[in-house]
Design a protein. Structure first.
Length: 325
């Protein structure tokens, strides 16, 4: 279980982050009741986390539930152009989790194209025509083991099972269809900017009644088509380092290794991929020594792992949202 090391945040701050990952739209009064403090205390902590830890609550479309292709792009470019290329990618609504790696000469980027045309336009159009991009590798994400609606702060174990049950707003997504209709776009446009937007604002954006907005948002969340996620700086919790891990396993060990990785404290995201490697992992650690300890310890001991390539991130460019530095 992870332990927070922070000069500015405490256990209640971490509990609030974990609670918001479970129910990002819970009211301050509900959060306060579950965590045993007043709603005014929750409001103050929320504002402080926003100011000091970069906290943002936003809605995301779940490509896995919607049956949409998702890709992890890895490309090398000239060192003097990497920042400009990553900045251009970060402005696109179909990108996330962009980082500069390998001393600033490599960009790792997840894309969530909403249509085949978006994917083709990026991979076959814009990037190949960018002179500074010298190599492109695209890895399709096949199966998510960890990440998405399941947040990394849960690995600190600061909430009891009773608190988690009291916070959980929706049942686990069922086998029914998850879809987003064209009429949902105005609703999602607001929630993708602010996942805690109130119903009056959602009414104005959609022109629907409050009851209609509530029903549709509940349906989107219950189906798993949309989930509420958090963006915050892991360094505020004492974990300033991250690395992309490209892992190759024996074919018959792929699923067991992926499941084992999901249980590792260091793993914030893990997915099976197509391509030269068959697993992609984002590991979050305290420092370089902790990364070495993870590679040579928990990861190195997994049966079936044949090869690991680690690319430490020099700088995180985009998580879920992007504001030009």
């Amino acid at each position: 279980m992870l332990e927070m090391e922070s000069a500015t945040l405490d256990r209640l701050d971490l509990q609030l982050l974990a609670a918001l990952e479970i129910n990002g739209r819970a009211s301050f009064s509900r959060l306060g009741t579950v965590l045993g403090v007043s709603d005014q205390t929750i409001a103050r902590r929320f504002r402080r986390l926003s100011a000091e830890a970069g906290l943002r609550v936003v809605a995301l479309r779940d490509g896995y539930r919607l049956g949409q292709d998702q890709w992890m792009l890895r490309f090398r470019c000239a060192p003097d152009s990497a920042a400009a290329v990553s900045d251009a990618l970060a402005k696109r609504p179909d990108t996330g989790w962009i980082g500069l790696a390998s001393g600033g000469t490599e960009i790792v980027c997840m894309t969530r194209p909403r249509s085949p045309g978006d994917h083709d336009e990026l991979l076959l159009g814009k990037l190949p025509r960018t002179p500074s991009v010298v190599d492109i590798r695209a890895h399709q994400l096949l199966h998510r083991f960890y990440g998405g609606p399941t947040g990394w702060s849960q690995k600190f174990g600061v909430l009891t099972d009773e608190q988690i049950a009291a916070l959980r707003p929706h049942p686990e997504p069922g086998p029914g269809p998850a879809r987003i209709d064209p009429d949902d776009e105005p609703l999602l446009a607001v929630l993708e900017r602010d996942g805690r937007a109130g119903y009056p604002e959602l009414q104005r954006a959609t022109g629907r009644s409050e009851s209609a907005v509530k029903r549709r948002l509940t349906a989107l969340l219950d189906s798993g088509a949309v989930y509420i996620d958090l963006e915050y700086h892991s360094e505020a919790l004492g974990f300033p380092r991250a690395a992309a891990l490209w892992i190759t396993t024996a074919p018959d060990a792929l699923h067991s290794v992926g499941q084992a990785l999901a249980g590792h404290d260091e793993v914030a995201f893990a997915s099976a991929t197509a391509g030269p490697s068959n697993l992609f992992v984002t590991a979050v650690v305290r420092d370089t020594a902790a990364l070495y300890a993870y590679l040579s310890g928990p990861l190195g001991r997994l049966d079936g792992v044949r090869h690991v390539e680690a690319t430490p991130f020099l700088r995180r460019v985009k998580q879920l949202t992007y504001a030009k530095p």
